[in-house]
Design a protein around this ligand. Structure first.
Ligand code: PLP
Length: 369
């Protein structure tokens, strides 16, 4: 890559290929792969990521909201798209754009059936979501006795899959809980299939589920963070390659005397003669204020420089007193070596959050095969 001249998020599609192949290698042949591309494909770019994965013959996509699915359809994505958290106000759009809703409550199920009937649909694919312990969205086990008779009353929809979501698949200390979720889901599956009289696909695992719970791969798995290069463990991080690198450049260097302050509210006071670098990335770009006051850091010429004072909307200032650097030098916030989870953990958060926080103001640049 040429040297960066402004703040950019580089997206390496070769790393995406690697991660996809690695995660697929964890599956028995025939198990389908759903790529989760919600939230701009975890802050990268949902269109470029989905196009690349579609070329690699991924089986399915999922987004959180209808709007995200519409963007993919507009960009020419033709694979099926599951909308994980649809709202009834968008049901007509869902049908118009051939998106497939997750139905997670009686209200949502009844409303979707009504809209498909009004629009003269038959066997419109839907996905029934069960709550097995996350207690976020989903029907309860006992709801099967209501759902199946309700579905049998109409020919407007047909259940393409039934699914559930693990609450703690990355945390092996919670293995008992996770196995209980899997067991509970297994009994839902049996009951559902017997009552409905056909065999919808079944899926449950997210990335850490793929890695840690081979007994729960069922017919399909749903991966997000793994595709983007994070395995939620030191071991799995070694097998995956972060696709996104956030880079910037030093705009200006200041030499300051002891007692001088840096930034808004004078939140940093110099301890002596010090050198600071100003970098064109701020909280409007996703580096939130929690990274300020020496929590977060960047790398300049491979050395760690802490953020001093408060993060501004468009800038941060870092301490480069002991770093040989000059205006125009490259700054790495995260990349394949200095992983995003490192800076995330400095502020008590996780890779998912810093990645999805990188705002649309930051230019995306792609590295193709
Ligand atoms: C976001 C999401 C996923 C992807 O989880 P990762 O941990 O990123 O692999 C899978 N399933 C559901 C229901 C989700 O909301």
């Amino acid at each position: 890559m040429p040297k960066v001249r402004e703040t950019v998020l580089e997206i390496d599609l070769r790393a995406l290929t690697h991660n996809f192949n690695y995660l697929k290698s964890k599956l028995q042949p025939g198990i389908k792969f759903l790529a989760v591309v919600k939230a701009f494909a975890y802050g990268s770019d949902s269109v470029e990521i989905a196009k690349h994965l579609q070329k690699m013959d991924v089986d399915y996509f999922a987004v959180a909201y209808t709007k995200e699915g519409v963007v993919l359809r507009d960009a020419g994505i033709t694979k099926p798209i599951l909308v994980l958290h649809p709202q009834p106000i968008n049901f007509k759009t869902i049908i118009e754009r051939c998106l497939e809703p997750s139905l997670y409550s009686a209200k949502v199920l009844n409303e979707f059936v009504a809209v498909t009937e009004e629009n003269a649909q038959t066997d419109y694919p839907v996905h029934i979501k069960f709550n097995t312990g996350l207690n976020r969205l989903g029907f309860w086990e006992s709801d099967v006795d209501f759902i199946v008779p309700r579905l049998k009353e109409t020919s407007a929809v047909k259940v393409k899959s039934i699914f559930s979501h693990l609450a703690a698949s990355e945390d092996l200390k919670e293995a008992d809980f996770t196995n209980q979720q899997i067991q509970r889901f297994n009994s839902i599956i049996d009951n559902f299939k017997t009552q409905i009289g056909y065999k919808p696909w079944v899926h449950m695992c997210n990335t850490s589920g793929i890695i840690n719970y081979k007994n729960a791969h069922f017919d399909m798995v749903r991966s997000g963070i793994g595709l983007y290069g994070f395995g939620n463990s030191v071991k799995e991080d070694q097998n995956l390659k972060p696709i996104a690198s956030l880079k910037s450049v030093i705009s200006q260097i200041h030499n300051i005397e002891k007692g001088e302050s840096v930034g808004y509210n004078r939140a940093y006071i110099s301890n002596g003669f010090e050198k600071t670098a100003t970098i064109p990335i701020g909280h409007a770009d996703g580096i939130t204020r929690v990274y300020g006051k020496k929590k977060g850091f960047v790398y300049i010429n491979n050395q760690k420089a802490y953020i001093i004072g408060n993060v501004c909307m468009d800038m941060i200032m870092v301490n480069v007193t002991d770093i040989d650097c000059k205006e125009g030098d490259e700054v790495v916030i995260f990349d394949g070596t200095h992983r995003a989870n490192e800076i995330a953990e400095s502020a008590g958060t996780i890779s998912y959050e810093i990645l999805t926080a990188i705002s649309q103001r930051v230019k995306r640049e792609f590295i193709y095969e």
